[in-house]
Design a protein around this ligand. Structure first.
Ligand SMILES: [Fe+2]
Ligand SMILES: [Fe+2]
Length: 312
């Protein structure tokens, strides 16, 4: 364990110090890094079954193979983050196989069913873009050297996932008729889902240490703005309506609905008309997990059990 105090380490990091091994970490740094990597690993892992279920609706062999290439990338990204956790003394075996489904730390968005090809490609356009915003920021700013280097590969592959989403969103938007209606329906539930994904607004956020230790560079609200600054123009350019716009006077994107608000997962609908709810209520919804939580967790680990159980 390092011989300096938490404050001394923070000062070193502000001066540009990069940590290369667990021996250099203070307990506070190690704890904050474990939280960050666990969310990252679980999010990558759970995106795989979410996309895999949706990929069954691919319109052709070649398009399904493209979707499967993305899923393969996500599993590799998960492995990278779990592997880094192992360096910190956390058991990958326990993280993947030893936890209850509700103990995984991925966002609520990856507890939702993706029921058709349009939902898969909007997930690529929205969720993978959120991943790029979050991990791109970590890549640029992290004080942990092994993570910085690992994210080079992740970043390039996420860009492919995002392009897949954008190309297909454009194609569906141009098709008109039922395809465009379906695309709009996806945007209606997945836009607010991604906005919520970035978490508590800065004025309510507890001090997490991730910024002090330079495990990330941007705040939740800044990341939400970065995401909207590319998502809103994309959707507007495709003739899709989104519940947000750029406010010139404020020089930022503003939401046009009560935030946060309640979500009906069965209807895949946000209850804008019921008004704003507390973040406490949001945390309770997240903690209760969404409809696919157990199914997704089971789907990545059932091949471990008896053969009979997964042949059925
Ligand atoms: Fe990924
Ligand atoms: Fe991805």
């Amino acid at each position: 364990m390092a011989s300096y105090t938490e404050d001394e380490l923070k000062k070193k990091i502000r001066g540009g110090y990069i940590l290369e091994s667990p021996e250099e970490m203070t307990p506070g740094y190690r704890r904050a890094l474990i939280v960050q990597l666990t969310v990252q690993a679980d999010t990558e892992l759970m995106s795989a079954p979410a996309y895999w279920f949706a990929a069954r609706h691919a319109p052709s062999t070649n398009t399904q193979v493209s979707a499967h290439a993305i899923i393969q990338d996500e599993l590799a990204h998960a492995n990278i983050a779990y592997r880094l956790l192992e360096d910190l003394g956390v058991s990958k075996e326990h993280l993947v196989y030893g936890r209850e489904p509700h103990e995984f730390k991925h966002p609520y968005g990856f507890d939702q069913p993706l029921d058709n090809w349009a939902e898969l490609v909007v997930a690529n356009g929205f969720f993978d873009r959120a991943g790029i915003c979050l991990l791109g920021d970590v890549h640029r700013n992290t004080s942990y050297g092994p993570l910085k280097r690992a994210l080079v590969k992740v970043d390039m592959e996420e860009t492919f996932h995002l392009r897949h989403g954008e190309v297909w969103m454009r194609r569906l938007a141009r098709a008109g008729g039922a395809a465009t209606e379906l695309l709009q329906r996806c945007v209606d539930w997945m836009f607010p889902m991604t906005i919520e994904w970035f978490g508590l607004p800065d004025d309510l956020k507890h001090h997490s240490g991730q910024l002090d230790y330079k495990l990330k560079g941007l705040t939740n609200d800044e990341l939400r703005q970065v995401w909207m600054s590319s998502t809103v123009p994309l959707c507007e350019g495709l003739g899709l309506s989104v519940p947000a716009h750029y406010d010139e006077k404020a020089d930022e994107y503003v939401l046009e609905y009560p935030f946060p608000c309640e979500y009906d997962p069965d209807a895949k609908r946000w209850l804008f008309d019921d008004g704003e709810i507390t973040w406490q209520a949001v945390f309770e919804r997240w903690k209760g997990r969404g409809p696919m939580n157990k199914i997704y967790v089971d789907s990545v680990r059932r091949s471990r059990g008896s053969v009979a159980s997964w042949l059925n």
